[in-house]
Design a protein. Structure first.
Length: 386
């Protein structure tokens, strides 16, 4: 029985496929060495296998995509690789975090450059402005040494600088130098438009936890803190301030006083309402924290916030002394957290004009009063209390 011959059309397809494979191999042999250039990332380690040639050609054809970052936000992002995660899982997680655009392209890149064998579990600091080769190299090189900087709410500028100096290699003087000239930052951050001439960044260094590269400068940290402020204090919040007839600078100023006065979170809107009610009728704020700010550092107490205040302290001649001068002080007295800013934007609806610490509970709570008579009775309640 005669053997059946393959149809001519099949032979044509086989010939075409063979030609394409040969062409791709020849083209790859010419073009692939270019992938080893310094600007292409980590140089390739080729085994000469068809998979390597195919990956190399694929990467060459998508070389422009390799150099495109996922975004333009330079904020550091903490990325964690769990033990046992595969490169496929890592690539997918990177894409979901917005750190790369194409998980498959990332996998192809690390496979071709043999980086898949060097990526280890751990915590890494990445940015959306990094390209795929830069992300891959960061994961290969391991975690870059960093400082963890924690800035709590209610610190004045000098305290922020001291806290940074205590947690990093940066000096307090370098931080203060970068933060005292508010005008140099105003063009870069639109929310600083209301900053008065000669003002510092007091109140705008947003309290939070920051991860800072070991080689970062004071300017780098200040920029990070301002960027964080801009993300938290959104345009919607700024618009809400203007609806209340306040500039953002006034909101931050009042919020800084609330931050220093409030102990219990639930009382922030109540305290904000007292000060806003006073402002509305032209009554002096009589806020102790503004006097403390005016007095400055107390060497005997080793603090920037003298306590208790004396009657003489309340007479200090400073525009920050709200016992002497009506209205808001010239600017913030500390860095308020978002909760205090929200309290000013959305205060409790009260007719309170006075408050004082609850001397019986001594748990940070306050007594609130509508009239001076009620306020006096609250003082009398404390008479004889231990």
């Amino acid at each position: 029985m005669a053997r059946r011959r393959a149809p001519r059309s099949l032979w044509r397809w086989l010939l075409m496929i063979g030609t394409v494979v040969f062409f791709c191999g020849a083209l790859g042999a010419v073009l692939l060495p270019r992938l080893g250039r310094p600007d292409a990332g980590v140089g390739p380690t080729l085994s000469g296998s068809p998979l390597d040639w195919g990956l190399g050609l694929y990467l060459f054809l998508r070389r422009d995509d390799l150099q495109q970052p996922a975004g333009n936000d330079p904020t550091p992002v903490t990325f964690v690789i769990q033990p046992g995660q595969s490169v496929t899982e890592v690539a997918q997680a990177l894409e979901e975090a917005g750190l790369i655009r194409d998980a498959f392209l990332f996998r192809a890149y690390v496979r071709y450059h043999r980086l898949d064998r060097e990526i280890q579990a751990g915590e890494y600091t990445l940015r959306k402005t990094m390209t795929i080769p830069q992300v891959a190299e960061a994961l290969r090189a391991g975690r870059k040494a960093e400082w963890t900087v924690r800035i709590r709410e209610g610190l004045r500028l000098e305290e922020v600088a001291e806290a940074v100096a205590a947690q990093t290699h940066l000096s307090a003087s370098a931080v203060l130098s970068a933060a005292r000239d508010g005008m140099r930052w105003r063009a870069r951050f639109a929310f600083l438009a209301d900053l008065p001439p000669g003002a510092t960044l007091e109140g705008y260094l947003f309290p939070d936890t920051y991860r800072l590269a070991r080689d970062a400068t004071a300017e780098d940290l200040i920029a990070r803190m301002l960027e964080n402020f801009g993300r938290k204090v959104t345009p919607e919040r700024i618009a809400a301030a203007r609806t209340r007839g306040l500039t953002l600078h006034q909101v931050v100023t009042l919020a800084s006083i609330v931050e220093r006065e409030a102990v219990l979170p639930a009382e922030r809107p109540l305290i904000a309402s007292v000060y806003l009610n006073r402002l509305a009728i032209g009554m002096k704020l009589d806020a102790d924290p503004t006097v403390q700010y005016a007095l400055g550092y107390q060497a005997d107490q080793k603090t920037w916030w003298k306590s208790p205040l004396t009657l003489d302290d309340l007479q200090v001649d400073s525009p920050y002394n709200t016992y002497r001068y009506p209205g808001l002080p010239p600017g913030p007295i500390a860095s308020p957290g978002l909760a205090s800013i929200e309290a000013v934007l959305n205060p409790a609806q009260t007719d309170y004009l006075y408050f004082m610490a609850d001397c019986l509970k001594k748990d940070g709570s306050h007594w609130f009063a509508r009239t001076q008579e009620e306020h006096l009775r609250n003082f009398q309640r404390c008479q004889g209390s231990p």
